[in-house]
Design a protein around this ligand. Structure first.
Ligand code: SF4
Length: 251
């Protein structure tokens, strides 16, 4: 084999591929910082929900950089990738803000696996949602109990279902007493990666392998060129079903 044909280009990292800020990035960043300061000052007790994805690590970095009184929680479902668990350990070690880890009830997980089987999540939306209920929704309810507000990392360009996401979502104030902040709602994917590159933020290496959205290992795959942002999540289901319930609005 000749030297020329043996040459393999180095794959580009996610920062090299995506870090392209919008023209108004500086304004967006200043608005996000102001919103986070206001949330911490006026909405205690408040918490950040982090799945340790690119958007989440940006928010956690901002909370730490601004020294805000906002703890961070992670839902450790028991089915996360090894890369995500390793990032969780590093985040726990280095974060100024406390990192709280919520796990599903052991007996509920054992019961589901015994009665339905580990792979039943691929059989029907109902069984997949039952797994999400046990591993995500019930721990989420514990994480949010007694809170006045929480910070999520939804961006409008992530999916059609999220296209109208407000910066401050008050749709659950009447029913649950909870305000939800989406400080990155108007950030582009390029903005997110520009922040990560500029501030050398630690991130999940799965992003370097074309996983833009990272959830549980059995329910997340890499995407191909031209596929939608969340195409790798629950890829065997209809687009309309592609939420685990964390960010589904009440009817
Ligand atoms: S994302 Fe998949 S593995 Fe994770 S809780 Fe939902 S169904 Fe279960």
């Amino acid at each position: 084999m000749s030297e020329v044909s043996a040459f393999k280009p180095r794959p580009l990292s996610a920062t090299e591929l995506h870090a392209k800020p919008s023209a108004d990035y500086a304004t967006k960043l200043a608005e996000t910082q102001a919103l986070l300061r206001r949330a911490a000052a006026e909405f205690q007790p408040i918490t950040q929900a982090s799945s340790l994805g690119a958007e989440d690590v940006v928010i956690t970095h901002l909370i730490n950089a601004l020294a805000l009184d906002i703890p961070v929680f992670v839902l450790e479902t028991g089915r996360l990738h090894a890369e995500t668990l390793a990032l969780l350990e590093r985040t726990e070690a280095h974060s100024r803000a406390p990192i709280e880890v919520y796990r599903p009830r052991h007996e509920a997980v054992i019961g589901f696996v015994r009665d339905q089987g580990q792979d039943s999540i691929y059989q029907s939306i109902e069984l997949r949602k039952a797994c999400c209920q046990i591993r995500k929704m019930e721990p989420l309810a514990r994480a949010l109990a007694g809170k006045k507000a929480w910070i999520a990392c939804l961006r409008r360009e992530q999916s059609k279902a999220r296209a109208e996401g407000p910066l401050i979502d008050e749709s659950e104030v009447a029913t649950k007493g909870l305000t939800k902040f989406n400080p990155l709602a108007n950030w582009s994917w390029g903005d997110v990666w520009h922040y990560i590159a500029e501030n050398r933020v630690d991130y999940n290496p799965l992003h370097d392998q074309f996983f833009p959205s990272i959830g549980c290992a059995p329910c997340t795959r890499a995407i191909s060129l031209g596929e939608e942002f969340r195409a790798g999540r629950w890829w065997w289901e209809d687009e309309s079903a592609k939420e685990c319930g964390l960010h589904v609005k009440p009817a």
